[in-house]
Design a protein around this ligand. Structure first.
Ligand SMILES: [Ca+2]
Length: 399
């Protein structure tokens, strides 16, 4: 994942909980740190990284009148219900993808998930910049016997209702549209997380995009869960639930990656390729234990959103895998039947005011293994953390 986060802890993986030994963006005790912005890199920006502006606005955000509290409550309740509904014994095949998307605008259904042909986002009844998903059933999580995915065990059937979700990760310019008006707190210029070492914090803070004036189209990062949630509320929405995020990334057809079954390459996502190793060497950092691929994706740090069109989802969402991890609204809770010894932050804590760990999804620019691109990947991160490897996208109910 992001070089900093999904790296194993300094102590190494603990037996029985291999997945949870990886920390979300911010930790870099032993693994490949993410490329830093502002650093002289060996590779120039990719030529084919044009930011594709969202389709024509159909419905103004303000007109949605979406009540965050109500929606969050419903979404949370739905997610909780789904996550506590042990359907692990239902090995039935997922519902056909056709049941997922439906356009109320009469537009034709999206293409059958071609892996290289960019999909045309279906706005449906959603605001500008968001795609409409009609909802459907899918198997959330995975049964793949991969340590990195242990927290995503087991796969269990979940059904989500219709919702809208951002086509792109929220950009620096978009976030500043709120923070410069005093409506949102400015993003941090330092990267911080619970187990961050001082020397790491200093190095990785270079990656906080708020520091730069020429990163407007890059994803905003170094924001806490509350900052992300507040921004989405300001727009009239909320952060997506885990179930909504994974459904949007994978759909119902059981594909392995957001774009299909093709193993991640340098044109699918902003992950950790050769450019990652070069950057680390230039920083005199420990060599990354692995690379997503041997080629360079040309971005040792974040890339402008929408720079990897081949990696978009069947419904036209970009950067679901890679670039930055994304906050979801849910507090961490092991899936029913999961063999992990982790507390469920979704449960009522002894101290109601105590910060919870929220689930982050999607991997980041320092993701060094194909499994990081599996939509089932999930990590708990302290909601007060603000790291270089975590950004977000917003969701909302359908008007
Ligand atoms: Ca992402």
């Amino acid at each position: 994942m992001s070089g900093t986060d999904l790296e194993p802890s300094n102590e190494g993986p603990e037996e029985g909980h291999p997945t949870l030994d990886f920390h979300p963006p911010g930790d870099h005790g032993s693994l490949p740190p993410p490329p830093a912005f502002g650093t002289v890199l060996d590779a120039p920006p990719p030529p084919s990284a044009p930011y594709r502006p969202p389709p024509a606005r159909r419905t103004p955000w303000a007109a949605i009148g979406f009540g965050f509290v109500g929606m969050a409550g419903v979404g949370g309740a739905v997610a909780f219900t789904l996550l506590t509904d042990p359907d692990t014994e239902i090995p039935a095949p997922p519902e056909p993808a056709a049941a997922v998307v439906a356009s109320t605008a009469g537009a034709p259904p999206p293409p059958a998930a071609p892996e290289t042909i960019p999909a045309v986002p279906d706005l449906g009844p959603c605001p500008e910049g968001m795609v409409h998903l009609a909802g459907g059933k899918f198997f959330m999580g995975t049964d793949r016997d991969v340590p990195l995915l242990a927290a995503a065990h087991p796969a269990h059937q979940v059904e989500v209702d219709a919702y809208c979700i951002d086509i792109h990760e929220v950009s620096v310019d978009q976030y500043r549209g709120c923070s410069t008006k005093g409506e949102c707190k400015r993003a941090y210029r330092t990267s911080q997380w619970p187990r961050a070492q001082p020397e790491h914090t200093e190095a990785y803070s270079e990656l906080c995009n708020e520091r730069y004036d020429d990163r407007g189209q890059h994803p905003i990062n170094c924001v806490t869960w509350q900052q992300a949630q507040h921004y989405c509320q300001w727009r009239g929405g909320r952060l997506p639930t885990e179930a909504e995020w994974e459904f949007a990334a994978r759909g119902s057809d059981g594909r392995v990656y957001p774009w299909g079954d093709t193993v991640p390459g340098p044109t699918h996502m902003n992950g950790c390729g050769a450019e990652c190793r070069t950057w680390r060497a230039a920083k005199a950092l420990p060599e990354t234990p692995a690379m997503l691929h041997d080629a360079s994706d040309k971005f040792p740090g974040t890339a402008p959103v929408g720079s990897f069109p081949e990696g978009q989802t069947q419904w036209g969402m970009h950067d679901v895998a890679g670039n930055v991890f994304e906050w979801t609204t849910d507090a961490y809770r092991p899936y029913p039947g999961a063999d992990v010894d982790e507390p469920a932050d979704a449960d009522e804590p002894p101290d109601p005011e105590a910060p919870k760990r929220r689930v982050i999804r999607g991997g980041a620019f320092n993701s060094f293994a194909p499994d990081h691109a599996d939509p089932a990947l999930r990590f708990p991160q302290d909601e007060q953390a603000h790291t270089h490897g975590i950004g977000f996208r917003c969701a909302s109910g359908v008007q």
